[in-house]
Write a protein that binds this ligand. Structure first.
Ligand SMILES: [Zn+2]
Length: 416
């Protein structure tokens, strides 16, 4: 049973072999040359290892390599990895759903209205139905995971080599959720305002529904992975902040997601700051950053001044209209977040801080964060620091959780 093998890989591959498999199975590299460039190691070392992997059958060659004159190079492939990934980003009122092609490119996306408070089963039922609909628009066998296996794959490839290689069958599903995720249990851990979700095994539910491996990740972490690899100018260490109705952050160290010992790394939203005074927070504490710098905080502050606002979207509309009170409050919110990020930057010395979420589309918010960091952090920290808006926008979580899924599928390929 593939799902069980996925959960407990029986073969522990050496590190280089694993890295080669991740590159090839995800489509990030298709030849020995691309592997060597991507890993920054000698082509001869790669050739030697690839030869051994071909001999043992964990890699195979196809005739599809790009020709640049002379002998046509042969492309590498992981047997059984032909297909696409389903990726889902669940928010409070909407779920964004996408199909990720080989190579990490989003083929198509859609959004469905959901109510997170309905609980996990109604929401996941809606999401998987929407994913099936979306997959069926790819044509061929793509919509049916039951039709997977080598026979179906072969039929598609015979029909059209190119589209068969690109679509194939559903290989796995990755989902990002708006709360603290216990990645090993693939469940949310005591999220606020999400009745029924705490401890619910989302990963097993999805595997039962779709019969493919599933990974479950927190939304700020998914976004951080997407942004980290999504910018043209690369850094090995980054912090990504998601500032919407709540605030979250994710950290990559040496190109790897850093979850911390309890899986809660990056949770800056409950940092106490003096300016927040005794304002009660959703976490039960008082004076957290969230109570003065989040979209929910801006809604509350504007309502206290008599404004008719109900959600972060209303705040966005006011600031885009240059409404002075909303603009000033938004700038102050950015300054508070920037103050906390100064400590993060001084401590962690990242190469980049990426700003995502709805509030980060507002210029006064972003420029306040930027000036606060440049003024408050040590010059050694800011000398080469990039502070940039999100490169992927609403798709960051989809691309990020897709990348984590690609990485997780490798032990599956090894065991199978
Ligand atoms: Zn709090």
């Amino acid at each position: 049973m593939p799902v069980a093998q996925f959960a407990r890989p029986r073969v522990a591959a050496p590190r280089l072999e694993r890295e080669i498999l991740v590159l090839v199975s995800s489509g990030r590299a298709r030849s020995r040359k691309e592997i060597a460039e991507s890993l920054g190691i000698a082509p001869s070392t790669v050739s030697q290892r690839v030869q051994a992997m071909l001999a043992s059958g964990v890699l195979e060659e196809t005739g599809e390599g790009a020709s640049s004159g002379g002998r046509r190079p042969r492309a590498l492939r992981v047997p059984g990895s032909t297909g696409y990934l389903g990726v889902v980003d669940v928010g409070g009122t909407h779920a964004r759903i996408g199909i990720l092609r080989h190579g990490g490119e989003l083929a198509t996306t859609t959004e469905v209205a959901i109510a997170i408070a309905d609980g996990p089963e109604p929401v996941l039922t809606q999401v998987t139905a929407a994913l099936r609909d979306l997959a069926s628009t790819l044509g061929s066998e793509a919509g049916s995971s039951e039709a997977g296996g080598s026979e179906a794959g072969k039929a598609v490839r015979n029909g059209s080599e190119k589209s068969g290689a690109d679509s194939g069958r559903l290989l796995g599903i990755g989902i990002s959720l708006p709360g603290p995720v216990d990645v090993a249990r693939r469940a949310l851990d005591s999220p606020s305002r999400m009745p029924g979700w705490s401890g619910f095994d989302v990963g097993s539910w999805l595997e039962g529904a779709l019969d493919v491996p599933a990974v479950v990740e927190n939304d700020a972490n998914a976004m951080a992975v997407g942004e980290h690899f999504g910018h043209a100018r690369r850094t090995r260490h980054s912090v990504s902040v998601k500032a919407g109705s709540a605030i979250g952050a994710g950290i990559l160290v040496d190109d790897r997601l850093h979850r911390g010992s309890g899986g809660a790394a990056g949770d800056i939203t409950h940092t106490r700051i003096a300016a927040a005074g005794d304002t009660p927070c959703s976490c039960g504490n008082r004076g957290c950053l969230e109570t003065v710098a989040s979209g929910a905080a801006l809604v509350r502050l504007l309502r206290e001044q008599g404004y008719d606002v109900a959600a972060t979207a209303d705040v966005l509309a006011l600031v885009r209209d240059a409404e002075p009170v909303a603009t000033t409050l938004t700038r102050t919110a950015g300054r508070h977040l920037g103050e906390v990020l100064c400590a993060v930057v001084n401590f962690f010395n990242p190469g980049a801080v990426y700003l995502g979420g709805a509030l980060s589309t507002l210029e006064p918010f972003v420029s306040a964060i930027r000036s606060q960091i440049y003024e408050g952090a040590h010059p050694l920290m800011t000398r080469d620091l990039v502070i940039a808006p999100s490169a992927l926008g609403a798709d960051a979580n989809l691309v990020g959780v897709g990348r984590l899924l690609e990485d997780a599928l490798v032990p599956h390929a090894l065991a199978g």
